[in-house]
Design a protein around this ligand. Structure first.
Ligand SMILES: CCCCCCCCCCCCCCCCCCCC(=O)SCCNC(=O)CCNC(=O)[C@H](O)C(C)(C)COP(=O)(O)OP(=O)(O)OC[C@H]1O[C@@H](n2cnc3c(N)ncnc32)[C@H](O)[C@@H]1OP(=O)(O)O
Ligand SMILES: Cc1cc2nc3c(=O)[nH]c(=O)nc-3n(C[C@H](O)[C@H](O)[C@H](O)COP(=O)(O)OP(=O)(O)OC[C@H]3O[C@@H](n4cnc5c(N)ncnc54)[C@H](O)[C@@H]3O)c2cc1C
Length: 654
C-alpha cells in the first residue's frame, strides 16, 4: 500500500514508527470502519475533533499524579463542563458514542455519572411503567437527578435470592418500608452512591403479608435535591480506595424504616396493587434486565481496554531497541523478537475478535428488547446464556492480554507513565462486577445441559447450540489438511466444544443417578461444566469472527483480517502461541493494526503509547512533573525520616 494513504503518518513523528507505518498493506481508516462499524468510527473522529476545540475538557495533569480527591473532583469538573456541550457533541441515546466521549474526556477511572448511564437509566427503561418513566426517566436523561443501581450487599452479591434488604408493603398507608436489618444487609459497592448520586434503584426483597416475594426494584431518594444532604432514615458514604476506578465513589447505604410511596416500586412487569395484591411478571428474571444490558455492552468495552494496552505496547515495541539478533548489526526493535510477537499478536487478533463479538451481543440485546416490547419473552434465555458466557470469557482473556502487553513493555510498563496499571485494574474489575465470572459460566452451563438433553431426546437445537446435534462428526486438528480453509478449523473447534459439553452432561447424569441431590451433583461437575461453557463461548467468538471477515468488501482489509483470523483460530485451537508463519505475516502490519483502533493520545493517557513515538523525552518530562519533585526535600522526610536519622546519629555520638 502506498505510504501516503496511511492516515496515521504525520510529519515529525519518531522515524521508527514512520518506518512501520509505511509497511502497512491496508488503509487504517478502512480497518477502523470494520472494528467500530463505519458510523461509530466516523463519529469517534468527529467527537475527538470537538474535544480538541474545548480546552476545559482536557486533563489538567496526568491522572496518576492526582490524589483520590483530586481525581474525583477532576471527573466532576469535566462532567459539569460536558453537560454544557454534550448534546452538541453526541447523540445521548447512542450508548457507544456516549461511551466513546466518556473514554476520551474523562477516561476509564470512573466518574460521578457512570452508573447513572450504565444502569440507572437502563433499569428505568426496562422496568418502569409509562407513568414512572414520565416521572423519572426524562429527568434522569436531562441529568436533573443522578442515580445508581444499588443491589450488592456487604454479605451477598452473587446470590440475589439471599439479599437481606427488605421492602415490606404497608397496606394502610400504601407505602413500602425499606430496611437494612443487619450489618451484612448494607448495600455495598454501588458506583457513585457514596457522594455523587441523589437517587438509587434499590433492589430489595419484597414482603407482602409476611410472604417473601423475591428481589424487586424500588426508587429511593438518597439526598435532598437542593442541599444534597442525606435524607432522613438513610446512612450513606464512600467505601474507600480500590485497586483501580478511584475516580468513582462506590458507596454503602443503610436504610432504617424508610417509607416510600407504593408507586416507587418499578412496575412495568411485577405489580403491587393498593390492596396489596401482587401480580407476577411474565418472566421471573425480567427484574435482572439492567444487568443483562450491561453484560451485553461489556464485551466491546473490554475489547477497547485490550486495544488500549496493545496499541501502547505494540508502538512502544517498535521504538524500543534492546539486544541483537545479528551481533554484527545494530540493536533491534524489541518487536523483532519471536517471543515478543507471540506475546502480542494473538491478543491483537483477540481484540478484533472480541470487538466483533461485542457488536453482535449489543445487536442481540436490541433484538431481544424489541421483541420484549412486542410481548415476546422467548429470546431472554438465549441472550442471558450468550452474555453470561461472553462477559466471563472476554473479561478474563482481556485481563490476560493486558498483563502480557504490560510485561511486553519491560520496566517502563510498570511505571504509571505507561498507564498499564490502571487499564489492568479496570479490566479485571469486569471479572467480578455484573456477576462473578465462574458463577456466570454456570448460568451458561445450565443452558448447555438443557441443549444436550434436547439433543438426546432427538430434537435439533437451533442457533448457537445447533452444533451440539452434530454428534458423531468427529474432527480433530490432525484431520485438517493445509489450505482446507477456516471452515475446517471451525469444525475441529465445534468437535472439541461438543465433546466437552457431552462429557460434562454425562458426568452430571452419573452423579444424579448415584443418588446425589441435583444441587450436590451440579457442584461436583462445575469444573467440567465451566470448561464446556468456556469452549462454547470461544467457539462463538471464533465463528462470529469468521462470519464477520466474510462480509468485508475492501480486499486489503479483508486480507489482513484473514491473517488475524488464521492466527486466532490456530491460537485458540492449540492454546499455545501460533506458528512462525502467522507471526511473520502479521509483523509488517503490527503498528498499523493498532493504529486502526484510532485511539487518540488524549484517550490513551500513556507516555509509552504516544502516537508520535517520542517516548523517552516525554518519560523524562513525566518524571520531572511528579509532585514529589516539587520540593528538593519532602516535608514528610523533614518530619519523620530526617529526625530519625539525626536522632540515630546523635545517639551514636553519645
Ligand atoms: C456527561 C458524560 C456522559 C458520559 C456517559 C458515559 C456513559 C457510560 C459509562 C459506562 C461505564 C460503565 C462502567 C460499568 C461499571 C460497573 C457496573 C457494575 C454494576 C454491578 O455490578 S450491579 C450488580 C451485579 N450483580 C450481579 O450480576 C449478580 C449476579 N447474580 C445473578 O445475576 C443471579 O443471582 C444469578 C447468578 C444469575 C442466579 O440467579 P437466580 O435468581 O438465583 O437464578 P437461578 O440460578 O436459580 O436460575 C433460575 C433460572 O433463571 C435463569 N436466569 C437467571 N438470570 C437470568 C437473567 N438475567 N435473564 C434470564 N434468565 C435468567 C437461569 O438461567 C435459570 O433458568 P433455567 O431455565 O435454567 O431454570
Ligand atoms: C468495580 C466494581 C463496581 C461495582 N459496582 C456495583 C454497582 O454499581 N452496583 C452493585 O449493586 N454492585 C456493584 N458491584 C458489586 C459486584 O456486582 C459484586 O461484587 C459481584 O456481583 C460479585 O459478587 P460477590 O462480591 O458477592 O462475590 P462472591 O459471590 O462472594 O464471590 C466470591 C467467590 O465465591 C464464588 N462463588 C460464589 N457463589 C458461587 C456459586 N454459586 N458457585 C460457585 N462459586 C461461587 C465466586 O466464584 C468467587 O470465587 C461492583 C463491584 C466492583 C468490583
Amino acid at each position: 500500500m502506498s505510504a501516503h494513504l496511511n492516515a496515521a503518518l504525520r510529519e515529525g513523528d519518531n522515524p521508527e514508527l514512520t518506518e512501520e507505518r509505511r509497511k502497512a498493506t491496508f488503509d487504517t481508516r478502512k480497518l477502523a470502519d470494520e472494528f467500530f462499524g463505519s458510523h461509530l468510527a466516523r463519529r469517534r473522529r468527529e467527537i475527538a475533533k470537538a474535544i480538541d476545540a474545548i480546552p476545559e475538557l482536557h486533563d489538567t495533569k496526568p491522572l496518576p499524579f492526582m490524589t483520590r480527591e483530586e481525581k474525583v473532583e477532576e471527573a466532576a469538573r469535566k462532567v459539569f463542563t460536558l453537560s454544557k456541550h454534550i448534546t452538541d457533541i453526541v447523540d445521548l441515546s447512542n450508548n457507544r458514542e456516549t461511551q466513546s466521549l466518556n473514554e476520551m474526556v474523562i477516561g476509564i477511572e470512573g466518574m460521578p455519572i457512570s452508573l447513572h448511564f450504565a444502569m440507572f437509566i437502563p433499569a428505568l427503561q426496562g422496568q418502569a411503567d409509562d407513568e414512572q418513566k414520565r416521572e423519572w426517566l426524562d429527568r434522569a436523561i436531562r441529568m436533573e437527578i443522578i442515580g445508581t443501581y444499588a443491589q450488592t450487599e456487604l454479605g451477598h452479591g452473587t446470590n440475589l435470592r439471599m439479599l437481606e434488604t427488605t421492602a415490606t408493603y404497608d397496606k394502610q398507608n400504601k407505602e413500602f418500608i425499606l430496611n437494612s436489618p443487619t450489618l451484612t444487609s448494607l448495600k455495598w459497592w454501588p458506583g457513585n452512591m457514596g457522594k455523587s448520586c441523589n437517587y438509587a434503584i434499590v433492589v430489595a426483597n419484597l414482603i407482602i403479608d409476611d410472604k417473601l416475594l423475591g428481589p424487586h426494584s424500588f426508587m429511593v431518594q438518597l439526598r435532598d435535591e437542593n442541599s444534597h444532604e442525606t435524607m432522613p432514615n438513610i446512612q450513606i458514604g464512600d467505601i474507600g480506595p480500590k485497586m483501580a476506578y478511584n475516580s468513582s465513589d462506590n458507596g454503602f447505604l443503610k436504610l432504617s424504616n424508610l417509607r416510600i410511596p407504593r408507586r416507587n416500586m418499578l412496575m412495568k412487569h411485577a405489580k403491587v396493587q393498593e390492596d396489596g395484591t401482587y401480580k407476577k411478571p411474565p418472566h421471573e428474571k425480567l427484574a435482572y434486565s439492567a444487568m443483562v444490558h450491561v453484560r451485553s455492552h461489556m464485551i466491546t468495552q473490554h475489547a477497547m481496554l485490550l486495544a488500549y494496552a496493545l496499541s501502547i505496547s505494540t508502538r512502544y515495541s517498535c521504538i524500543r531497541r534492546q539486544g541483537y539478533i545479528d551481533p554484527k548489526k545494530d540493536e533491534v526493535k524489541v518487536i523483532e523478537y519471536q517471543t515478543q510477537q507471540h506475546r502480542l499478536f494473538p491478543h491483537i487478533a483477540r481484540a478484533y475478535a472480541f470487538a466483533f463479538a461485542g457488536t453482535e451481543s449489543i445487536r442481540k440485546f436490541e433484538i431481544m428488547k424489541r421483541s420484549l416490547e412486542a410481548g415476546n419473552i422467548e429470546l431472554i434465555a438465549d441472550l442471558h446464556a450468550l452474555t453470561s458466557g461472553l462477559k466471563a470469557v472476554v473479561t478474563y482473556l482481556a485481563g490476560q492480554g493486558i498483563e502480557q502487553a504490560r510485561q511486553a513493555c519491560g520496566g517502563h510498563g510498570y511505571s504509571m507513565a505507561s498507564y498499564m496499571g490502571e487499564i489492568y485494574g479496570v479490566g479485571i474489575a469486569g471479572c467480578t462486577y455484573e456477576g462473578e465470572n465462574l458463577v456466570m459460566m454456570q448460568q451458561l452451563g445450565r443452558y448447555l445441559i438443557k441443549a444436550v438433553k434436547s439433543v438426546k431426546e432427538g430434537k435439533k437445537p437451533t442457533g448457537y447450540v445447533a452444533y451440539l446435534a452434530h454428534a458423531g462428526q468427529r474432527h480433530s486438528l490432525i484431520d485438517c489438511r493445509p489450505n482446507e480453509g477456516y471452515a475446517e478449523h471451525i469444525r475441529a473447534f465445534e468437535h472439541i466444544a461438543r465433546r466437552q459439553t457431552f462429557r460434562a452432561a454425562e458426568r452430571l447424569q452419573k452423579y444424579e443417578n448415584s443418588g446425589l441431590s441435583t444441587e450436590q451433583a451440579w457442584n461436583n461437575c462445575t469444573v467440567e461444566l465451566n470448561r464446556a461453557s468456556r469452549l462454547h463461548t470461544r467457539l462463538f467468538i471464533a465463528c462470529n469472527f469468521y462470519e464477520r471477515v466474510l462480509d468485508v468488501e475492501d480486499m486489503a482489509v479483508r486480507e489482513v483480517l484473514e491473517d488475524l483470523l488464521h492466527l486466532h483460530l490456530n491460537y485458540e485451537l492449540i492454546d499455545i502461541a501460533s506458528y512462525a508463519l502467522e507471526a511473520k505475516k502479521i509483523r509488517p502490519n503490527a503498528v498499523s493494526l493498532v493504529d486502526s483502533w484510532e485511539i487518540t493520545d488524549r484517550e490513551h493517557r500513556s507516555v509509552l503509547g504516544r502516537r508520535d513515538g517520542h517516548v523517552y523525552e516525554n518519560l523524562f518530562k513525566w518524571a520531572k512533573s511528579s509532585d514529589l519533585n516539587q520540593n528538593d526535600v519532602l516535608p514528610s522526610h523533614k518530619k519523620h525520616l530526617l529526625p530519625m536519622m539525626l536522632n540515630a546519629r546523635k545517639q551514636s555520638k553519645l
